[in-house]
Each structure stands twice: as structure tokens, then as C-alpha cells.
Design a protein around this ligand. Sequence first.
Ligand SMILES: Nc1ncnc2c1ncn2[C@@H]1O[C@H](COP(=O)(O)OP(=O)(O)OP(=O)(O)O)[C@@H](O)[C@H]1O
Ligand SMILES: [Mg+2]
Length: 679
Amino acid sequence: MKSLVCNNEAARLEALYQYQILDTPPEEAFDDIAFLAAQICNTPIALINLIDANRQWFKAKVGLDVQEMPRDTGFGSICIESGEILIIPDTLADERFATNHIVTYPGFCVRFYAGVPLLAPGGEAIGTLCIGDRVPRQISPKQVEALQAFSRLVVRQLEIRREFAQLASIKQEYKQGQEALLDIVTDAIVVQDLDNKILLWNKNSEELYGWKSEEAIGKQSDELFSTEPLPQNLEIFQTVLKDGSWQGELQKTSKSGKKLIVESRWTLINSEHSQAKSIFVIDTDITQKKQLEKQFLRAQRVESIGTLTSGIAHDLNNVLSPILMSAHLLKSKNCDQQTNQMLSIIESNAKRGADLVKQVLSFTRGIEGNVQGQAAIRPCTVLQVKHLILEIQQIISQTFPKSITVYTEIQEDLLPICANSTQLHQVLINLCLNARDAMPTGGTLTISAENIWIDETYVSMHIEATVGAYIILAVADTGLGINSEILDKIFEPFFTTKELGQGTGLGLSTVMRIIKEYGGFITVSSFVGKGTKFKVYLPAVNQVPIPLLEDTEILTGSGECILVVDDETAIQEITKTSLENYNYRAITAGDGIEALAVYAQHKDKISAVIIDMMMSKMDGATTIRTLQNINPLLPIIVVSGLVTSDQVPIDKIDEHTAFLPKPYTTQELLKTLHAVISQ
Ligand SMILES: Nc1ncnc2c1ncn2[C@@H]1O[C@H](COP(=O)(O)OP(=O)(O)OP(=O)(O)O)[C@@H](O)[C@H]1O
Ligand SMILES: [Mg+2]
């Protein structure tokens, strides 16, 4: 039987190489074929021989210990050139073969050879399936047929092997494509099995939840989002199993403890046999949307409360006026002493009622003014706050419990402001009353006032501020502190934690309204168990720049290099510029990971690090710990808009570290920097 053999060496080699078989480990399928060939032909030697450009390499071998031999050794090359079965019953009997190394070399001594070419589907002879013996012998036609069948089996096996590899690579590409697609979408995509074990965690899940894919995969989902209420999870899980899907809002917590609200869509994935296999979860971050919604609802609520109360107050006025007038009239008639006394009681109580109404009305008018975006006309005079503070100090010392010590700290040359003294009085009294209530067992109340020049650095961190001269009126207590959960509610009208009848919850909202009327703003920082400080910023009348303190000279750097880590580019840039203006050099990093990379690279150059606590990729706390592991003496300034100390991971006693609440001015930054560096 003559085959169609392709004699082109290049095509032959190409056909061989596409199988990617050379130098691969032994495989059972090929070993079995070689074994059967030796068995059926009853020879001690059988080989699956693949013929490379310069060598013969054996994919399977029986009775021979070498893995490969030169191309011209043996009879393989002769066999593939002819493209036909080659049978040599006695190698020594034919002078063409008698001198071949495989015949003469004592280790081989091959006397019998039969080889069938391995023909690829294109007809290329890529090798042989051959048998051999050390004694001369014959081979029956049936054995020849078997050898030919085995040679076809070898090629088929090679084909299967190649298709399998192709399929695997297509599958891999498909998988990579799928993963890339999952990473492109802006949602967090998570696949978990029915035991809640995470199987897939896309890039956006890493960004949203802070867990790296290698940290998340294999974990239980509630290990990552520990604050999710478990019963709710169970209910969702059961719904998904029953209906195939679930959709709704969930509260989750990121690795750094950030509370997130996500719109979550769960879909059940079934196996080919329609068995529930896993759950596909898509989470869209709606935290900000929710916050805006909350703000909007709050504004609406405040507005409707305002309208409602002003209506009631108005009606109450109408009720109280006739009572007052009548009581007054009756008193002028000559009644007996007891009646007169009762009339006086009626009159004074009705007056008190009218005063209350006036108070409510003044409050609601303020709200209405704010809601409509127009500040009320402010009756204002140029005011020296110092006198006001001293006056308040006097009232407090006379009326507050003796267990509360009052201090005042007023900067000399405090700039005047433009305000109404009664209203400002109201602001300070409200803050002081709150401070008193926060110190039921006594403590220290400090009222202070100082000038401050609000610069661009500060403005970039606080939207209500504008560049210019302000004074800060601060009221600090050493009381209970405010829990971070209620901190953003305290300025809401009617928000109070005090018992019924003890507080209306209007104090701080009134303070806020008045301050806003004067173009100012208020910040609060509070440490639970340690105390609270409210800072009221009011624009000074005299808008000339306030020179930095005389020690500016000392505060200026000497070319030290500072690493600024903040995930807001605007803050990064302005901090860098400010530092450079004061003879520091600055390198910036946008997140914790980048910061560590930069620090590792410029360790010897960097004198201090300024780092923001809340960053999405690797939070400040982790970054700081890692930096301190590299260099325990590295001066670090932790900055944060957060106001609770428990979230600031620095050792309060360590002089190389400092906490600087955001927003801050360049001067505050320079001062703090100078303090940590000079330690
Ligand atoms: N210095 C402070 N320390 C601790 N908590 C405070 C402090 N100031 C305010 N708060 C909290 O903020 C809440 C709201 O204060 P706000 O002054 O608006 O109302 P109130 O004091 O409860 O009532 P009102 O001032 O109308 O008598 C308080 O109930 C309290 O929980
Ligand atoms: Mg109050």
C-alpha cells in the first residue's frame, strides 16, 4: 500500500510542531500503543519515534533506555522518506543496514526492524511506530496490519491531544474575556456558592469594599460584611433559591469600616443539570445618592416643620392676645385682692406663652429665610467679641454648677466682626448650655477667641469657607462627647438626646441659622468620653490679610521632602504648593498603596508623611501601620475630616505623630509639621 507522502521537510516539521508534543512527559495513551505493538509482534523493542530536524525523539518506548538519538542513527529516516512500511528481517544480511550504529553498537545490536510511518492528516510523515529485536525474525501480514492500525491510532491520539489543548486555550481566553468584562462594569460583581463562599470578586468589588480579590475569594460573605443582619441574609437566600432572584437595598461595611448602601441584585445560577449551583450578585453603590436624598428630605422636613409651627404660633398669638388684654382690663377694675392676684397669674403666664410663641416664630422665620435661599436682613453692628465673652463668663460663673470651671482665652488684637450682639449672645449661651449638660459631674468649659486667616488650603477642604480673615469663637467642654452616629444629626431642628421637657433640640439649629446669616460656619469635633469642641467661624470686618505669627521664620522648612497622601487630587496639589511655598519639597500619592511604593523608593529622602485617614484603596490606618513597620521613627501627620479620635490610629504619646483635623490652614499645617519633624 503506497501512501501519499509529503516530502517537503519544512511542511513535515511544521506538521510535527503543531502537535507540541516534543519533549513532553510520557502519556499513558501512547505508552499503551507501544506496549501493544511489542506484545502483538512479540518483540522486545517498540517505539513511537517522532523525527525532529536533527534528532529522533521517543514519545513512548519499550525495551530501550534512551529518550532520543541523532536523526541518522537507525532506520526511522529511511522509513519516513519512503513513506512506506520498512521491514528488515536481518540487518546484518543487507549491506545498506549492516554498518548502521544501531546494528553495530553493543548497547543496541538491532538485528530485526519493522517501522510504519506516522502520517499527519496532510500526508506529512512526522515519525514512525517501529518494533525491533536483537535476533533476526519474520513478521506476519496480520502483524503488519496491526502495526499500520497502531500508527493511525498514534496520529489520531495526537490529533485529539491537539484539539483538547485548543479547546482549553479557547476556554481560557473566554474566561479571561469574561473576567475583563466583569472588571469593566462599574458595579461590584460577586459570585458566591450556596454556602456563601465567595467564588468571584471583580475589580470594582475591590474598590468598593476594600478587600483584594485574593483576600475575598474562599471567604464566607458574612466574614467580609459582618454588619449585615443575619436573619435578613437568610431571608434573601431563601427567596433566591425559591424564586431565582432577589433585588433590594442592603447596608454593607467596607474593609475600612465605611458604611455603604448598595442596590443589590441576586440571581441564582443553575448547573447544566438544572441544579442550583451558585448566586450571582451585582451591587451598585448608592451611598451618596442616599445621602443626598436624606439631605433633601431633611430640608423638606425642616421646611414643613417651619410652616407648620409658624402657623400654630400665629394662631396661638391670636388666642393669647385677647386673654392678655382682658386680664389687663379686668385688673384695672377694682377687684378684690385675691382676684387681682389671680389676674396677675393669668397675665404673667399668658405673657410667658406669648414669649414662647415669639421665640418659635423667630426660629421659623430663620428657617424660611434659609429655605428660600435668602438670608434675613441682618441688623448688625461692628462688634468686639471680647466684651461679649466676658459677659457670658460672668453669667456662667453665677449660674452653672460649681463643679464646672470656666476659662476664657482671648487673643489680643482680636479682629472685630459684624453681628448683632443679642444673637451672638444666643449663640454662645446655647453652646455653653450644651456644654454644661454634657458635664453632669463637672469639668472644664473653655471659651476662646482667636483670629485666623482662611487660605486656599482650608477652602479646598470646606465648601462653606471663603478666603479671608475670620475669628474663631470656640466653646470646648470636657464632657461626655458625641457619638459619631449622631454627629451629623445634632444641627437638625428638634434633634435632641435629652429627656422630654429637658431640651427642645432647637439650640444648635438656631446657632447654625444665626451664624449662616453672618456668612460664617461652624465645625465640631468630639471624642467620646473626652469632650467636645464647637468652633464658630465668623468673617472679620477688617478683611486685610492677617500676617502669620512671627514664628513663621521658624516654621519654614529647610528643603525637607514631605510625602503627601490624599485621594483627592485638589487637596494633594494645594498641600504640595503650600509646602513648597514654605521651603519644603513635596511628593504626592493618591492612595495608601502608592504611598508605600513611593516611600519604599525614596525612604532616605522623605522626612515626614502627611496622610489622610479615609482613602478608598488601602485606608490610612493600614498605611500608617505599614509605614511605621518600615520606619518606627517616621514623623507622620494624620489628617482627617473624621472627628472621633477612636478612628485615628496614632499613639497619642508618640511625639513623631500628630493628628490634624480637616479642614486646616497652611499655618496650622506648618506648625504641626514643624512639631513632628523637630522631635
Ligand atoms: N457639648 C455637647 N456635648 C455632647 N453632646 C452635645 C453637645 N452639644 C450638643 N450635643 C448633642 O446635640 C443634641 C442637640 O443639641 P441642641 O442644642 O440642638 O438641642 P438640645 O440641647 O438637646 O435642646 P435645646 O438646646 O433646645 O434645649 C443634644 O441633645 C446633644 O445630644
Ligand atoms: Mg442645646
